[in-house]
Design a protein around this ligand. Structure first.
Ligand code: ZN
Length: 412
């Protein structure tokens, strides 16, 4: 099976799951949100989405806004459960923790979604290791999703969801990023062994690009700035003075056997302000047969740089070739204009739902203050040609990004 066939199959089954969850969610909404206290043990439904009857409101809602719900059931391989937790407002703090007496031999992926199934928070949960999240915005229906980690057969799970009202909502905080073209010594990314590499040179991409180093650098900087033009992200280069405050660094250099890029981790809501990512410039030499222009190579490098920076700002992978966080598109998609859009999640992140990256970025770093940034768009004529070429030739990107190759191992 080719990568494209595999992708089509994944997207197809994924669309089915979304439709199914939307249908049942609509039923839930009609039936009301959370049932009153029910002493009977919850029973899991076999449909993949848990009905409201499976929620036990253990403590009810108190004057202080606290609420405790039991999230219990069974889930198998390549399946998931969704629990409707009811409406929730900005400042509600939710934790989902495994019941201490529950002797699970494995962690589960637990995620919170809003009423439109946009992912709010994702984590691995097992005893003593809760998911915690403070709602940045209210939602008419908050969902908790549970699925086995990839490769696991699943089984029984037993979690407690607790809500505390009126908690401090973390304010968006601006982020500074250095695009480093000057090489590095013993650089460690994603807990890998340190690597040392020479300064960026366009000739690393192929002989035809020799002499285009400065031009390519400028294209990359302009495009990454344009990707983040709506957000309070300041992007400078290693040619500029070193920033005064904390900053993250995206390095351009080196080569890797399988990866185009790698970031330290997915950092939800940008908890860590000084992190690293690398764009393996030498790995892009594999696209030399495509005879890309310098502009197109610039798009490729910039798209991967914006993608890795997206991870450092908390974004996961998606399945939409128009989105910066996509992992399913062709090399031609990568050489085109990708932007941050609301997109379906990549199934290993969660088997249903979306990532609304524009909203997440606004909640994380805030809106851009000065409004100055370069627009990015290929001309209509270029886009038309690109679409024609793309239909004839699908150069696949086998491993565009290594940050999430072992998504659920990296946290443990
Ligand atoms: Zn990635």
């Amino acid at each position: 099976m080719t990568v494209q066939q595999r992708n089509n199959r994944l997207v197809g089954s994924f669309a089915f799951l979304v439709r199914r969850s939307l249908t049942i969610a609509a039923t839930l909404a009609l039936a009301g949100c959370v049932p009153p206290i029910d002493p009977a043990p919850p029973v899991s439904t076999p449909t993949g989405v848990v009905s409201a009857a499976d929620l036990v409101d253990v403590a009810g809602t108190t004057d202080t806004g606290a609420r405790v719900l039991q999230v219990r059931g069974t889930v198998g391989r390549n399946d998931f459960r969704l629990f409707a937790l009811g409406s929730s407002v900005r400042g509600d703090a939710w934790t989902l923790d495994a019941v201490p007496s529950f002797l699970s031999s494995q962690p589960y992926v637990v995620a919170l979604f809003d009423a439109e199934f946009n992912l709010l928070r994702r984590d691995l949960v097992d005893p003593g290791r809760p998911l915690s999240h403070v709602l940045r915005e209210g939602t008419d229906q908050l969902y908790a999703g549970v699925m086995p980690i990839v490769g696991s057969a699943g089984g029984n799970f037993d979690f407690v969801a607790r809500r505390s009202a009126d908690q401090v909502v973390p304010a968006p905080a601006a982020q500074t990023v250095v695009l480093s073209f000057e090489g590095a010594s013993n650089l460690r990314v994603h807990r890998r062994t340190g690597i040392s590499f020479a300064p960026f040179d366009a000739a690393m991409l192929g002989e035809s690009y020799r002499g285009s180093t400065e031009k390519l650098k400028q294209i990359i900087v302009d495009l990454v700035r344009a990707d983040y033009r709506d957000y309070d992200v300041t992007i400078v280069t290693s040619d500029d003075p070193t920033p005064a405050g904390p900053y993250s660094t995206i390095y351009f250099g080196a080569s890797d056997d399988g990866l185009l890029g790698l970031a330290d981790n997915v950092d939800p809501y940008n908890a860590f302000r000084s992190q690293n990512a690398i764009i393996f410039v030498g790995s892009f030499r594999t696209f030399e047969p495509m005879l890309l222009t310098v502009d197109e190579v610039g798009y490729m490098l910039a798209n991967v740089a914006s993608h890795e920076l997206g991870h450092l700002l908390g974004l996961y992978h998606t399945s939409d070739a128009a989105d910066v966080m996509d992992t399913t598109g062709s090399a031609w998609d990568l050489a085109s204009n990708q932007t941050f859009i609301r997109a379906a999640l990549e199934p290993t992140v969660f088997l249903t739902g979306f990532e609304d990256s524009p909203t997440l970025l606004l909640q994380t770093v805030g809106p851009r203050k000065d409004g100055s940034a370069l627009p990015r768009a290929l001309s209509a004529e270029t886009m038309r040609k690109r679409a024609l070429i793309s239909r004839r030739m699908k150069e696949q990107v086998s491993s565009p990004c290594g940050t999430c190759l072992h998504l659920d191992e990296s946290d443990h």
